[in-house]
Design a protein around this ligand. Structure first.
Ligand code: TXA
Ligand code: MG
Length: 353
């Protein structure tokens, strides 16, 4: 299949209405269109069309029991696809929709089991990105969209990443430039008594608790034993994920000790002829000796760190890095989301110094 690539400036969507309309037509006919959102690029198909959902799983190579998120652009489109909207969810929607927040509800029959991965629940998100919103409208209101990467690889934050993984497998890619947040949306489950965070993101625990009061965190989120006793409730969080091809280890502890440890391990690996990458912060990048040192941003700006994580993991692959070390980034605002992705990418290989 030939994949059409179109460029849309998110600040001037009105100049690209033709392309958006064409994307909408492709989706209505059951085709697949990748598009930018504020979190990561999504791989869109008509959420109410089971055949489109099957195509999404095939294009990504994703297990079909891993449910998709349904994206809407209009709050009135929520009621037809969910059995009931708890008061707490209404409040959260009011506070953070449109935005990087996904909520889980009981689904109605309108949502096919192909989209919900066989579950009786459905994940719903209303993105704030203007290209995403316009495309959802053009497609008739409901787009199922997982991240637009091959299953298991880091999520795409640039159209180039989507091209790498999906060129030739989908109908269209809309290039809207680099995404803003760089980590997938926060997922909150409302099917239990107390709301539970199934996946941490930009909307952090404190922001949720400001609106809801008590919020729980799924114990599988930061736990290395996610595949053993403690299984995360979001099926996608169980799989090995976000992983670069290289062998990645997170080193945590006091800054000087971390730098010394990474340099020691890097030296050893390079002596053995391996290409070594390091994920450093602005504050420490000068202190490392390795083949490919990436500055992820300043520790004082964790939004910058979040935005660059997946890109760096992909860059390591492109650069042929074989062994990589990362500092730990347990920052106050987005630390839980950053560390959730980083630890998964590292297969939970952590050295404490
Ligand atoms: O930011 C995002 O959410 C991006 C953009 C494209 O919107 N999408 C995204 O989709 O990250 P995906 O498919 O890569 O991740 C969806 C996650 C998976 O871990 C999946 O298991 C979980 O949401 N999920 C979906 N429906 C669910 C449900 N009904 N119950 C529990 N978890 C669910
Ligand atoms: Mg994903």
């Amino acid at each position: 299949m030939k994949t059409e690539l179109v460029r849309v400036d998110p600040a001037r969507v009105e100049d690209s209405l033709d392309a958006i309309r064409r994307g909408g037509e492709i989706l209505k006919k059951g085709g697949l269109v990748a598009f930018p959102t504020e979190t990561v690029y999504g791989l869109g198909g008509d959420a109410l069309n089971p055949e489109a959902s099957k195509k999404i799983y095939a294009a990504k190579g994703r297990p079909s029991d891993n449910p998709l998120i349904v994206h809407i652009a209009d709050l009135d489109h929520l009621a037809p696809i969910v059995k009931r909207v708890p008061e707490a969810a209404k409040k959260l929607a009011q506070a953070y929709w449109p935005g990087p927040l996904t909520m889980i509800f009981e689904k109605t029959d309108l949502v096919p089991y192909e989209t919900s991965g066989g579950l009786a629940t459905v994940a719903v998100r209303m993105p704030v990105h203007p290209v995403a919103a316009a495309l959802i409208e053009a497609a008739g209101g409901y787009i199922a969209a997982p991240s637009a990467n091959t299953s298991g690889r880091p999520s795409p934050t640039l159209a180039q990443h989507v091209i790498e993984d999906l060129d030739g497998k989908i109908d269209m890619i809309i290039d809207g430039g680099q995404v803003d947040i760089g980590l997938e949306s926060t997922i909150v489950d409302f099917t239990e008594e107390v709301p539970v965070i199934l996946r941490p993101g930009y909307i952090n625990r404190q922001m949720l608790e400001e609106v809801l009061g008590e919020v729980k965190i799924d114990p599988g989120i930061l736990d290395a034993n996610a595949n053993k006793g403690i299984r995360p409730k979001a099926p996608g969080m169980r799989y090995r994920h976000y992983a670069p091809r290289c062998d990645l280890t997170v080193v945590e502890g006091r800054q000087e000790a971390v730098v010394a440890k990474i340099n020691e391990l890097s030296k050893k690996a390079r002596k053995a002829g391996r290409k070594v990458g390091v994920i450093a912060a602005d504050e420490t990048r000068q202190l490392y000796r390795a083949d490919d040192i990436r500055d992820i941003g300043s520790r004082t700006e964790d939004e910058t760190i979040a935005r660059h994580l997946f890109e760096i993991l992909r860059d390591f692959d492109a650069d042929g890095v074989e062994i990589a070390f990362s500092e730990s980034f347990d920052t106050p605002r987005m630390g839980m989301a950053i560390m959730n992705r980083l630890l998964k990418a590292a297969g939970h290989q952590v050295i404490h110094v």
